[in-house]
Design a protein around this ligand. Sequence first.
Ligand code: ADP
Ligand code: 5GP
Length: 228
Amino acid sequence: MSIIKSHERGSLVVISGPSGVGKDTIVNSYVSSHDNAWISVSTTSRQMRADDVEGQTYNFVSREQFEELIAEGYFLEYAKYVDNYYGTPKKFINEKLENGIDVFLVIEIQGAMKIKDLIPEAIFIFILPPNLTTLKKRLERRGTETKEKMIDRFKTAYHEINEVTKYNYVVINDELDDAVKKIEAILVSEKCRCDRIEEVSLNNEEEYMHMMLLEDKEMPNKVIEVEK
Ligand code: ADP
Ligand code: 5GP
């Protein structure tokens, strides 16, 4: 039996950062090498892009359908970003967390701040590019936006970068592998937090050992074996 009992609930991990910084690339890479992690699939009213897959990258709906879903209370949070709606469905999230699975929400800042109000114990990570020139090149190379939409996203990115201090952690996405390793390190550290402890338990033998140590007495072999 372990000396402490910590709760086994998964962590809710909120990832934000400017468009094109590499959020999806990092999170997909992390999830592909960790069994106990899941990415929430958002709903959006934006047009599908060439690299989108219905039901995988998003659930695509019309603006009217999105507004109906808002009225039904379907979303944990939602926001408008560069003229389109994006929202996180409530369903599945609690069930996954209860089953010890870490849930990733890759969402923009307004939505992330709503989650912070609702679930302050979630982990908030902001991804930054090494510099703005690299960010622009990544957006261009991804080639998913028209020139006009890219400029809108780039303008939004400039303001978003100032919001980094609202998050718990910042990860610079220069080399992809390093960024993924940092996400891994953050999650491992979070599992060691003392506020996850439910119970500290010393059994009778450990109480006895403690007493012997205090009295500076030799411990009987039996007890030493238990400690091994
Ligand atoms: P976001 O989800 O933040 O909008 P993406 O994950 O779609 O960004 O990444 C944008 C582009 O940048 C993609 O073409 C992706 O392959 C590329 N990319 C992501 N991370 C890196 C990196 N560390 N180095 C070079 N290119 C990267
Ligand atoms: P994109 O159009 O590039 O897929 O996404 C645009 C922005 O919307 C990104 O910052 C992305 O993280 C964010 N986003 C995606 N899904 C959601 C969501 O469910 N809620 C909120 N608030 N933002 C989201």
